[in-house]
Design a protein around this ligand. Sequence first.
Ligand SMILES: NC(=O)c1ccc[n+]([C@@H]2O[C@H](COP(=O)([O-])OP(=O)(O)OC[C@H]3O[C@@H](n4cnc5c(N)ncnc54)[C@H](OP(=O)(O)O)[C@@H]3O)[C@@H](O)[C@H]2O)c1
Length: 307
Amino acid sequence: MNKTIMITGANSGIGKETARQLALLQETEKIYLACRSIVKAEVAKKELIESTGRDIFEIIIMDVSQPETVRKAIQEFNGTVDALIENAGGTGGKTPERLTKDGVTELTASNLLGHVVLVDELLKANKLNNVVLFASSEAARGIKKMGMLRPNLETSSTEEFISVFNGSKFGNNFDAFQIYGWIKYGGSLWISSMARKHPNIKFLSMSPGATRGTGGMDDLSFIKRIFLKHIGMKFIMPMLGLSHSLESGAQRFVEGINNPFYKSGKFYASKKNVLTGKMIDQGTIWSDLDNSKFQENADNAIHSFIA
Ligand SMILES: NC(=O)c1ccc[n+]([C@@H]2O[C@H](COP(=O)([O-])OP(=O)(O)OC[C@H]3O[C@@H](n4cnc5c(N)ncnc54)[C@H](OP(=O)(O)O)[C@@H]3O)[C@@H](O)[C@H]2O)c1
């Protein structure tokens, strides 16, 4: 049973809605809202208390693109976490290609690096009990309908993953909309590697699916934003039954941590060619996701950026 839950990026979008749904479950005793902005976190906390009638939310300040803030937060953290939902992320802000002082792109830092540090720090402090869910995306295995290509690695070696994480693989052609899927792919492989190393904890990745009403595409270029977010997500995709509500997106994460149907080491997302509906093990669509050598390589590569 997951009584204490930590959610990164919990002040808006799917993270906040997941917090709301979990607070409505009787067994939930505490929800840690891990956010980078105290102002936004306070507003979200107030709204969550009002909408659920439960005063069980505690703010933890961390910016997952800055590992030192994650380390500090966990050093000062007195509780324990039954379920960790690593939800923060997106297309990497306004400068996704820029390198952080840890040597990864901001796209990698905000989706993956800080989340790896967060798990390592919680494990080191013996503060992680049951389950870790990493927010991945169908983009990790390619979304043909949205023009997002499947990550096309040559050898999937540790060196190649390093070049993905620091952006050198892409040279001057850094298109965050495409590379986002590569980073989520690396994250899903890392999670599967962790599942083998820690059989007592459930490690899984899951996509919320194409979810309307979030800030998810706000950092894309003007044209892409207008086309994908304001026309595609709002009108075309709902009409074609290709997207779902915020409630449905968050519901996936609630199921992911609580339902034993979802197994450790796996990546669950929508069926082939769709972005909503029933979730399946993505290894059945693309076997590279189940390749234990690739999983180790992604894990080693991301850890090479951690001091
Ligand atoms: N929406 C979809 O259709 C969809 C589909 C597949 C996967 N996903 C994944 O689902 C997750 C949630 O997406 P969403 O659509 O709910 O996005 P969103 O509305 O943009 O919310 C993202 C949240 O993450 C936080 N965040 C971003 N970078 C952070 C950082 N460095 N440190 C701490 N918090 C940070 C944001 O905080 P601020 O308010 O401070 O920016 C915000 O609270 C993401 O990982 C996304 O890639 C979404």
